[in-house]
Design a protein around this ligand. Structure first.
Ligand code: SAM
Length: 290
């Protein structure tokens, strides 16, 4: 069975009377070359567990089952469950869970299904919830070694962007705090059925053993980062003092930035993670002293 072959995929879909739901981001992969690159890029092997979000017709799931020790796939659309039992019938090391990934306790699921195995997330993600899914894994410290995911090209560009560029923002800072991101390959709309409107990219996020920089309170640092990027055209001091995410007076903000040798009139997008860590550590320290 080769589900990257459009006529085979169509035949399976018709056999099960399945119809695509656009709002669930259902764009199934039909490019063998890209499929191989995802598997290769993910680094999964025997001894590994693979967790997939949104198996669709099972195209990627079949390769995960063939290459890893065990595959678990979470699919929200109950119409796909009988279809998946058909396309995955030759594998006894794969389990499909009919749930909304946003409602699953991923830590418990991983402990229950994979035990001590190293686990990699490998998925062609539904685009309407790409960022919440990825940030959910990272912020909640779900124990996975890496995430190799197909996402919208623009989102991938933001994840790998460096300070100062137009794509750099809160998402770049967050992804780079927790992971080493690396672009794997690009996938044009014709690689999917039906075709999405935008180009896609496979990105591999290697989860760091410990976050890239030391900061006392990462949550507060991300509130500072969100404030700095929330109003891009504002100077740093104005963005921070008018932020809905932190409640710190303008005088203290100026005092802290000057103590760190950072120009209060700079724009937030020029600052890297190290500077945000220093700002948030000192802001918290001086705020608590008052
Ligand atoms: N993996 C398949 C492939 O590459 O051909 C399908 C990928 S398709 C882009 C995204 C899949 O995610 C669809 O099967 C969709 O039904 C599923 N999905 C959408 N929202 C979901 C959610 N909240 N939880 C779990 N799966 C979801």
């Amino acid at each position: 069975m080769k589900l990257t072959n459009p006529s085979e995929l169509k035949a399976v879909i018709e056999r099960h009377g399945f119809s695509f739901t656009k709002s669930l981001g259902q764009n199934f992969l039909i490019d063998e070359n890209i499929l191989n690159k995802i598997i290769e890029g993910s680094g999964i092997d025997k001894g590994w567990g693979a967790l997939e979000i949104g198996p669709g017709a099972g195209t990627l799931t079949r390769e995960l089952a063939a290459n890893a020790d065990k595959a678990v796939a979470i699919e929200i659309d109950k119409k796909l469950i009988p279809l998946l039992s058909d396309t995955l019938s030759e594998f006894d090391n794969v389990e499909v869970i009919n749930e909304d990934v946003m409602k699953v306790d991923l830590k418990s699921l991983i402990a229950e299904k994979f035990g001590d195995m190293p686990v990699a997330v490998v998925a062609n993600l539904p685009y309407y919830i790409t960022t919440p899914i990825i940030m959910g894994f990272l912020e909640n410290k779900v124990p996975v070694k890496s995430l190799t995911v197909m996402i919208q090209k623009e989102v991938a560009e933001r994840m790998v962007a460096s300070p100062g560029g137009k794509d750099y923002g809160a998402l770049s800072a967050a992804v780079q705090f927790y992971t080493e991101p690396k672009l794997v390959c690009r996938a044009e709309p014709h690689c999917f059925m039906p075709q999405p409107k935008v180009a896609s990219v496979v990105i591999r996020l290697e989860v760091l053993e410990k976050p890239r920089i030391e900061v006392k309170d990462p949550k507060f640092m991300f509130a500072v980062i969100k404030s700095a990027f929330g109003q891009r055209r504002k100077t740093l001091v104005n963005a921070l003092s008018k932020s809905p995410y932190i409640n710190i007076g303008k005088d203290l903000i100026i005092e802290v930035l000057e103590a760190l040798g950072i120009d209060p009139n700079i724009r937030g997008e020029k600052l890297g993670l190290e500077e945000f860590a220093k700002i948030s550590d000192l802001l918290e320290e001086r705020h608590n002293d008052k």
